[in-house]
Design a protein around this ligand. Structure first.
Ligand code: FRU
Length: 534
């Protein structure tokens, strides 16, 4: 069921969970990899990563009393995906995280898979009190060796906290939702308040059927089925749909044009290869989600909308209880194609930068706009921003920026002269041999992130090297915003209309930045760089 570069042993271990031989494979492989030399040079400064061991999906993020809580799929004892618990971290700015103790632990009879948290402020569930409302965590239970459920059953369960998220108890009537006996791939509950119907809506998936199932509830305990969402002609053998998410957003900020966006993580078939996150813009009438438009049957991934055009964003989820501001999202910065072979130690897995969302018409098409959070912008302002004079570069000319750093915020606007291609190299080594290249081809409209020479790339043959997205540059003008960390490059192009997230593993000392122009002249304006003091 789970995928990795060690697909055979890990799949086997999952399928025969509890068998001594499989456990041995898991223990041996985790042990061997925990011995790998530590890689502090790749420890992210601006992104959450656990101090040790494996993490995948972010789970149940929420804001309460000024503290952001992030939970995540966590194997507290190993460097590869294994028995899943919910790890826990807290932050006041979404950038600096404090790791807390494990919030919801797996047991030999139950894995705790992904889900969401809801702040039940009116105590509709009755699990808290009016003066001390409960937090409810909806997650998937995977049962093993439990006489009440066939082995491997995936069902939706509830845990609740009466102390602001520090401690969680399992609801006595679990599971609250099951498709038994056909429920081996039924998972990832996400719950959102639907004001028009004064009820809660839950989305879940039957992962291997590429099917989203919608339910409703008024007390958060009893759920009734509403509808299925499965675009026609979409089913692909072997493809999984995971972590569905329904978000209301008005188009172009117009409250009279409300839309709903269905975000789904898919694996494989992503635009950048392996796993990735796509979205559908449409309407929700309280029962059914209907996309506004779908590409013709048989279309390839490029005909669909993608939250991220890089390889390293998955299982993206929304923070709950953030008030009326724009929705905040956070994802897992990795790809199931090679997640279990990433060369970091003693941790493996990290979160993306949180972003805020809007829905705007771009080239006539409703498009998710993603930008770093106000807390990020505040950090950059506090750090100080170096502004550089505009530059003109002729054909095959480069300009090395007189500033160094491995954690950088970079903004620049490219104006086409008569160049074919122009761009920027980040995490470049002083000798120029390694670096991650972001380039825009003015003639084709292709924006490329090339990590072929970014440093360590050989740890997996499935670590894809170049990611390409089509983006129009009206009047030959393109704006780039890059968030560069010790092991990642996140690109927000044209004000967040296109996002690309990629892991990179550069050699120590790769802290240079260069601009370049090819096949003609390019004018660079608005060159602003902020280097992290950390
Ligand atoms: C997505 C996912 C979820 C599942 C979890 C298990 O990456 O496969 O569908 O709940 O990870 O760790």
């Amino acid at each position: 069921m789970k995928r990795s570069d060690q697909t055979v042993p890990l799949d086997t271990a999952r399928r025969y969970h509890g068998l001594a031989a499989a456990c041995l494979v898991l223990i041996l492989s985790s042990h061997a990899q925990a011995q790998d030399p530590a890689t502090p040079q790749w420890r992210p400064a601006l992104h959450f990563s656990p101090a040790e061991h494996w993490m995948n999906d972010p789970n149940g993020p929420f804001l309460l009393d000024g503290t952001y809580h992030l939970f995540y799929q966590y194997n507290p004892a190993g460097m590869v995906w294994g028995p899943m618990s919910w790890g826990h971290a807290t932050s006041t700015d979404l950038l600096h995280w404090h790791e807390e103790s494990v919030a919801i632990s797996s047991s030999p009879n139950e894995d705790i898979f992904s889900g969401t948290v809801v702040y039940d402020s009116r105590n509709s569930s009755g699990l808290g009190s009016a003066s001390a409302p409960p937090l409810l965590a909806f997650h998937t239970s995977v049962f093993h060796g439990n006489p009440a459920h066939p082995d491997g059953t995936q069902a939706q369960s509830l845990s609740y906290s009466l102390d602001g998220g520090a401690h969680w108890r399992s609801y006595e009537q679990n599971p609250i939702l099951t498709l038994e006996p056909e429920s081996r791939q039924f998972r990832d509950p996400s719950v959102v308040w639907y004001p028009q119907g004064q009820c809660w809506i839950m989305t879940t998936v039957v992962a291997d059927a590429q099917l989203v199932k919608l339910y409703r509830s008024t007390d958060l305990l009893h759920w009734s089925f509403l509808s299925d969402f499965q675009p026609s002609g979409y089913r692909k053998p072997g493809m999984l749909w995971e972590m569905p998410l329904l978000i209301p957003l008005s188009l172009d900020g117009n409250p009279h044009d409300p839309r709903w966006v269905m975000i789904v993580s898919v694996n494989p078939w992503s635009i950048a290869g392996g796993s990735g996150v796509q979205y559908f813009v449409g309407r929700f009438d309280g029962t059914r989600f209907t996309p506004d438009a779908l590409p013709p049957e048989g279309s390839d991934p490029s005909a669909y909308d993608w939250l991220d055009h890089g390889a390293d964003q998955y299982a993206t989820i929304r923070f709950a209880n953030t008030g009326t501001e724009a929705p905040l999202l956070i994802g897992w910065m990795s790809n199931w194609d090679y997640a279990s072979t990433l060369p970091t130690a003693p941790w493996r897995g990290q979160a993306t930068l949180p972003v805020q969302l809007a829905l705007k018409t771009v080239d006539g098409h409703p498009t998710l706009i993603q930008t770093p959070t106000p807390t990020y912008e505040e950090l950059i302002r506090r750090q100080g921003i170096a502004a550089f004079a505009d530059r003109d570069l002729g054909s095959s000319q480069t300009w090395r920026v007189p500033l160094v750093g491995d954690v950088l915020d970079i903004r620049v606007t490219l104006h086409r002269g008569d160049a074919v291609r122009a761009g920027i190299v980040v995490r470049q080594s002083p000798d120029g041999r390694t670096g991650t290249v972001i380039s825009y081809d003015f003639t084709t409209g292709n924006l490329t992130l090339d990590r072929s020479h970014s440093g360590e790339v050989a740890f997996s043959p499935r670590f894809s090297l170049t990611h390409i997205a089509h983006l129009s540059a009206p009047d030959g003008v393109l704006s780039l915003h890059l968030v560069v960390d010790r092991n990642s490059v996140e690109l927000f192009a044209n004000g967040g209309a296109l996002r690309m997230t990629d892991l990179v593993f550069p050699p120590a000392g790769s802290d240079r930045v260069s601009l370049f122009s090819d096949g003609g002249r390019t004018h660079f304006t608005g060159i602003r760089i902020s280097a992290s003091a950390r």
